[in-house]
Structures are given as structure tokens and as C-alpha cells.
Design a protein around this ligand. Structure first.
Ligand code: AMP
Ligand code: MG
Length: 487
């Protein structure tokens, strides 16, 4: 008789490697976490846990809560804080580094390694004058946004779990300490290369490049040509990521080079915001007074960051090759964005004037201050539903006429086409005011709103009839809500 064995690996049996730590002291600092005493597990992502084959149910153990709150490690972990630098708001800021994050170790997943990183586990050699902590507010925002973005189909770091405690932490007000365990194949950033370039540590720069290429860009081959191929691949991934942000309406808020992943992942969820009203110049970060990172500047800044990376790699790659790599940004951005736009419009075929159809829709949405997510979702139901949002005046009617004419050239029936659109245009994004609702409940000891919101953002294309309110813009209570770099 066959006995069904429980699936997955118990927490204690996870096997950890520490390849980044093995690069040596020049790349990171060994450091044990300072956990948050008595912290409780607030949220857990089964989808992220499946990536490391963690056995379902392990999250209920005290050991897991202890890990998530930085109070315990699993055998085999060798925590380190990574060194990196970065350009912040366009200015070289010198050394930064993991001031409150610790790389705990990496687990071999089916499709490659997953690093576990604890954020909020106390000071490191790179904390400068800050406290090494994260707060409930920023941690909920990171947990939910990471998982939301993944389920929206945007490359991103993941979040395994978050914990919250009572320890007071001073920000603009006194808040409570919290931690999140993030996951990514690697947390190496553009700024990880920049620091070695500006310090003229060319040997370390090459070691880091080889490390990243060997593990994540094996298609770049061997020999010195690998570096130019690698750079080109990073530019292409970054361009594609920017296109995805624009299509889903995600504003990152702090696109400093230390927050740009070498793997083309969305990294570091701080004062981000999903578009509500379609406002091309939307600035989500209250601290970004000049609007350097405004929504419509994101692709340009993504390219700017690639230039910064090119400079950092200039000891490895010839100028002409760097320029050739940079030249890939625009075509990849355009092609990816157009593919996403056609999907939003429900177009399976390509026509040259599709961009014009999209641009005219953007113009109307901006002029009328229509909700980005809700418009595309309404269009995924019917033209009538979208007209109800956009209005039935002359220019609106003329857009719908052009759209109908374009759609008439599409194969297949309209119902199937619209169903496809509903699998691409989400009903739910993580609106800041909704996150705020979850944060306030959690701060008052009630984690159920975080859980309910997590259930919605992990199925953003589904209808959640009981959560219709979360598709709406902020009610009066949250109308003036602003988010800043403070986290
Ligand atoms: P961020 O704006 O979160 O990307 O952080 C920029 C830099 O400041 C990074 O080097 C962080 O590690 C560091 N940092 C941010 N907040 C803290 C904190 N509370 N304690 C220590 N370092 C921090
Ligand atoms: Mg950062």
C-alpha cells in the first residue's frame, strides 16, 4: 500500500548555500541579525514558499516566525550585508550598502537559486546613522507590492513572509518594528558594480561580473566578449521592465541605481504608487520635489541608469560595445510596450497605426482624469462600460469608432477577445489607500485586512465581489494620503 508523503521540505531540512558571502570580505560584511523580540508572523506567501519547496504548514511553526522576525536562523545560513553604492537622484552618493538587510543564504529551487534576505534585522556596517529597522507600514507595503507585481506578470523580487513586533521605531512618528523576508535569485544591483568602479577596484568588479554572468547569464558565454553581451542583456531586461511598469501603471518612486536590479527585477518597494487617475506626470514620492522619478519619466530614467551601469563597466567593455548595448534600450522598450498595449486593447494582430490608437486613448484618459486600471478593465467588458467612464461626447465617440473599426479586422469572436483582455487588464492593483487600510488595521493588532488584501492581489484578474470597494479611488478619509522615502 502506498503511503502519501507530505509534500515539500521541512524548514529545518532546507539546504543553504552562500555563494555571495563566499565572494569574500570585499563584497559584504558578516553580520548576525538583531531580531525583533516577541514578533508575530503577520503575512506569508505560499506562492513564494513553493519556489523553495518549503513544506506547506511550516509557516505555522514558532521556528518559522522566529526566522521571519530575525530571531533565529536555519542551519547553513551565513548572513551577510552586501556592499554597494549608487546614484541617488542623479548624484553619485558613494558607498551605501545593505544598511538594514541581511542576505541569509540561498536555496536551490527548480529553476535556479533563491536568495532569502531579511529586511529590518538591525544595523550593519553600512547603516551609517540609521537604525537598521523597518516599520510595519513599509513592510506591509513591500510584502503586498512584491506579490502583487508578480501576479500582475511583472518581474520582481518576491516576499516570503513578514513579521511585526512592539519595538518602537522613530520615523515621522513613533511606529513599530517589522521585518520582511524577500526572495530573489540575486539582490545584486547596478550600484554593486558602481562602487568598485568609482573605487578603481577593477579586480573586484570583474569578479562580480563573472559571478553574475556564470549564475544568471550563462548564455553570454566565456571569454572577454561575455561582458558586452551581459551588459546588452541587462539593458534589454531593464527596458522590458520599464515597459511593464508603464503598462500596468506602476510608479517606483526611487529609481536610484542602488535600487536597480542587475536581473531586471523590480526592487525596493518604498514610496511607490500604482496609478489611480491617469496622470502622466504623477509623482508618487512626496520627497521627490523636482519630479525626477515622475511616472512618464520612468523609461528615460531606466535608460539613464543603464548609462550609469555602462560607466561602471567601462573597465571591462569597450566604448563602442557599451554604446551598442545602450542602443538596444529604445527598440526593446518600444517593442515590449507595443506588445503590452495591443494586449490591453485586445489586439492579436499588428497594424502600424496601433500606436496612434493607444496614444489617443492616453490623451483622453489624461484630459478627463480617468482611472487607469478601471478604464482598461471596463474596456475588457464592453465599449459601453468603457464609454460610461470616458464619456459619450464627440472625441470619445470618435475613439470608440476607430477602435471598433480596428477590432473588426481581428480574427475570432468578440466575447473570447474580451475574455483575453480580462486576463491582461487587472481588476485590482495595490492602491495606496487600500494598503493604508491594511496598515492601520495591522498597527491596531488586526492582521485580517492584510490577509484579505493579499488574497485579492494574488488573483488580480479575478472578480472579488465582496471587495468591489478596493477597485475605487481613495474615499475622503484617505484623499490626502502621501508616501515618502521614510520607511
Ligand atoms: P532605500 O531608500 O531604502 O533604497 O535605502 C537607501 C540606503 O539607505 C540603503 O543603503 C539602505 O540600506 C539605507 N537605509 C535605509 N533605511 C535604513 C535604516 N532604517 N537603517 C539603516 N540603513 C537604512
Ligand atoms: Mg534601496
Amino acid at each position: 500500500m502506498a503511503i502519501a508523503l507530505p509534500r515539500g521540505t521541512p524548514l529545518d531540512d532546507l539546504r543553504f548555500a552562500n555563494s555571495f558571502a563566499a565572494l569574500g570580505d570585499g563584497f559584504s560584511e558578516r553580520r548576525m541579525p538583531a531580531g525583533i523580540p516577541g514578533a508575530r508572523l503577520v503575512a506569508f506567501s505560499p506562492a513564494a514558499a513553493a519556489l523553495i519547496d518549503l513544506r506547506p504548514g511550516e509557516e505555522q511553526s514558532p521556528e518559522f516566525a522566529a526566522l521571519a522576525s530575525g530571531n533565529a536562523l536555519v542551519a547553513g545560513m551565513e548572513p551577510v550585508a552586501a556592499l554597494y553604492g549608487g546614484h541617488q537622484f542623479g548624484v553619485w552618493a558613494g558607498q551605501l550598502g545593505d544598511g538594514r538587510a541581511l542576505l541569509l543564504g540561498e536555496v536551490a529551487g527548480e529553476a535556479g537559486p533563491w536568495e532569502l534576505q531579511l529586511k529590518g534585522g538591525g544595523v550593519t556596517a553600512f547603516s551609517r546613522f540609521a537604525d537598521g529597522r523597518a516599520v510595519v507600514r513599509s513592510t506591509i507595503r513591500e510584502f503586498l507590492a512584491s506579490e502583487a507585481m508578480h501576479h500582475l506578470g511583472v518581474p520582481t523580487t518576491r516576499a516570503l513572509a513578514m513579521a511585526a513586533g512592539d519595538e518602537p521605531v522613530l520615523r515621522e512618528r513613533v511606529e513599530r518594528a517589522a521585518t520582511v523576508i524577500r526572495m530573489a535569485p540575486s539582490f545584486v544591483r547596478f550600484g554593486s558594480f558602481e562602487i568598485f568602479h568609482y573605487r578603481k577596484q577593477h579586480a573586484e568588479l570583474r569578479t562580480l561580473a563573472d559571478y553574475v554572468i556564470d549564475r544568471f547569464y550563462p548564455e553570454c558565454g566565456a571569454g572577454d566578449e561575455r561582458y558586452a553581451r551581459f551588459f546588452t542583456a541587462v539593458v534589454e531586461r531593464t527596458a522590458a521592465l520599464m515597459a511593464r511598469w508603464q503598462a500596468v501603471g506602476f510608479a517606483h518612486g526611487v529609481m536610484n541605481t542602488d535600487n536597480f536590479s542587475i536581473l531586471g527585477l523590480t526592487l525596493d518597494y518604498g514610496p511607490y504608487g500604482f496609478l489611480e487617475t491617469y496622470e502622466p506626470g504623477f509623482i508618487c514620492n512626496h520627497s521627490d520635489e523636482a519630479g525626477r522619478y515622475a511616472f512618464d519619466r520612468q523609461p528615460t530614467i531606466g535608460l539613464w541608469n543603464c548609462y550609469a551601469l555602462a560607466e561602471a563597466l567601462s573597465s571591462l567593455i569597450a566604448k563602442g560595445e557599451l554604446e551598442a548595448g545602450l542602443a538596444r534600450f529604445e527598440p526593446v522598450y518600444r517593442a515590449t510596450f507595443m506588445a503590452l498595449l495591443r494586449a490591453k486593447l485586445g489586439l492579436a494582430t499588428q497594424r502600424d497605426d496601433d500606436a496612434d490608437l493607444g496614444l489617443e486613448a492616453f490623451r483622453l484618459l489624461a484630459a478627463r482624469r480617468i482611472d487607469w486600471t478601471n478604464f482598461w478593465r471596463a474596456l475588457s467588458h464592453s465599449d459601453a462600460a468603457a464609454t460610461a467612464l470616458l464619456g459619450a461626447d464627440e472625441s470619445s465617440r470618435s475613439w470608440f469608432a476607430a477602435y471598433a473599426a480596428r477590432v473588426a479586422a481581428e480574427p475570432g469572436d468578440d466575447a473570447a477577445r474580451r475574455a483575453g483582455m480580462r486576463a491582461t487588464n487587472p481588476k485590482y492593483v495595490l492602491r495606496n489607500w487600500v494598503a493604508q487600510e491594511a496598515i492601520e488595521a495591522c498597527e491596531a493588532g488586526d492582521d485580517s485586512v492584510v490577509h484579505a488584501l493579499y488574497d485579492v492581489v494574488r488573483a488580480p484578474f479575478d472578480e472579488h465581489a465582496e471587495r468591489e470597494a478596493w477597485t475605487q479611488q481613495a474615499p475622503a478619509k484617505y484623499a490626502g494620503l502621501s508616501v515618502s522615502c521614510s520607511s
